[in-house]
Design a protein around this ligand. Structure first.
Ligand code: NAP
Ligand code: ZN
Ligand code: ZN
Length: 349
């Protein structure tokens, strides 16, 4: 067993604090990883605070993991010790159901998430990347190109794939008009990907202070969503809108901006439901309301390779582990540009 240092919370009302635990011994298909960096996703806050009602404590969050391979199980042939690798939101799935067979492990009915899941191997909880090391089955470990800055690549493992996957599924292409709602961790990756795919990108934000940044990140236009006149100018014009907002809000403000047959895809997972949308807006223009969940392992590797090719990483603020509780408060105030990433060296010194 490998002694591991991390940060955990023990109930919904407490702060994260130092926590020591053990990782399992290496099995034949396992990769042992020294964690270098871990991104801070808004899902970490939702789960630490039990906003989705399924918290398992103690909880060590973190599913945007970049590290170096330190040891390999005997059956692992396609990784090398010292290689930079990534781990995202999943560490296991059944491998046999139709979703797993289709490389869509995120939709498996018995997935094992990187943290806040039952660990089907040890029987305890899975513990995530706010820690010094992790042991993961090789199927759930990603190759990371040397061309990507490792700290700035960490958020690709969740924010990256969660925005890339729906843009791929809905076949966004050159000339499509794409809206991204919310300029946070997911939103700023959505802007970068939509731009790289050749779309005309419009960013919707509640924060006037983010307008210039949004343009720098790749948006052709920025709309401060509280201004109804600015919103109305875009009525019936979008092919696709990706909504990354972490809190409940009015979806009708966006559905009416879609063209006939356009899609409003939700990836934000608020703690309270959105107000029920106006059904007529979907019926009369055959618009679609959809959702999307991270991405499968094959597509995650494709996304990472796309990022290496197009020089895409996250805009990050690197923090020591000890800053995590303050970082959460800042994220809740939309005060992050645009992803906090924990430098795990801060736990090792
Ligand atoms: P984040 O960095 O905190 O960004 C969320 C953004 O939403 C904020 O920056 C803000 O953007 C906007 N926002 C926040 N509160 C708002 C409000 N009350 N009304 C309108 N806009 C508001 O969060 P994130 O890490 O990107 O995650 C976003 C959501 O996606 C979370 O709910 C998270 O759990 C979920 N998520 C889902 C998946 C999936 O697979 N579907 C994967 C990862 C995360 P502006 O300042 O620009 O308005
Ligand atoms: Zn996430
Ligand atoms: Zn399955």
């Amino acid at each position: 067993m490998l002694k591991t240092h991390g940060y955990a919370t023990h109930d919904a009302a407490s702060s994260l604090e130092p926590f020591t635990f053990e990782r399992r011994d290496l099995r034949p298909n396992d990769v042992q990883i020294e964690i270098l960096f871990c991104g801070v996703c808004h899902s970490d806050i939702h789960q630490v605070r039990n906003e989705w009602g399924n918290a398992r404590y103690p909880m060590v969050p973190g599913h945007e993991i970049i590290g170096k391979v330190t040891a390999l199980g005997g059956a692992v042939g396609d990784f090398t010790v010292g290689e930079t690798v990534g781990v995202g939101c999943l560490v296991d799935s059944c491998r046999t159901c139709p979703d797993c067979q289709d490389n869509l492990e995120q939709f498996c009915n018995t997935p094992t998430f990187t943290y806040n899941s039952e660990d089907k191997i040890t029987g305890g909880n899975t513990y995530g990347g706010y820690s010094t090391q992790i042991v993961v089955d090789r199927h759930f470990v990603l190759h990371i190109s040397d061309r990507l800055d490792p700290a700035a690549a960490a958020p690709l493992l969740c924010a990256g794939i969660t925005t890339y996957s729906p843009l791929m599924h809905w076949k966004i292409k050159k000339g499509d008009k794409v809206g991204i709602v919310g300029l946070g961790g997911l939103g700023h990756m959505g802007v970068k990907f939509a731009r790289a795919l050749g779309a005309h990108v419009v960013l919707f934000t509640t924060s006037p202070s983010k307008v210039e940044d949004a343009k720098r990140l790749g948006a052709h236009e920025v709309v401060v969503s509280k201004n109804r006149d600015n919103m109305a100018k875009h009525t019936l014009s979008f092919d696709f809108i990706l909504d990354t907002v972490s809190a409940a809000h009015d979806l009708d403000a966006y559905s009416c901006l879609l063209k006939r047959d356009g899609t409003l895809c939700l990836v934000g997972v608020p703690d309270h439901p959105h107000p029920s949308p106006d059904v007529g807006r979907f019926i009369f223009k055959r618009r679609q309301l959809a959702g999307s969940l991270i991405g499968g392992l094959k597509e995650t590797q494709e996304m990472l390779d796309f990022c290496a090719e197009h020089n895409i990483v996250s805009d990050i603020e690197l923090i020591p582990m000890q800053y995590i509780n303050e970082a959460y408060e800042r994220m809740l105030r939309s005060d992050v540009k645009y992803r906090f990433v924990i430098d795990l060296a801060s736990l090792k010194s």
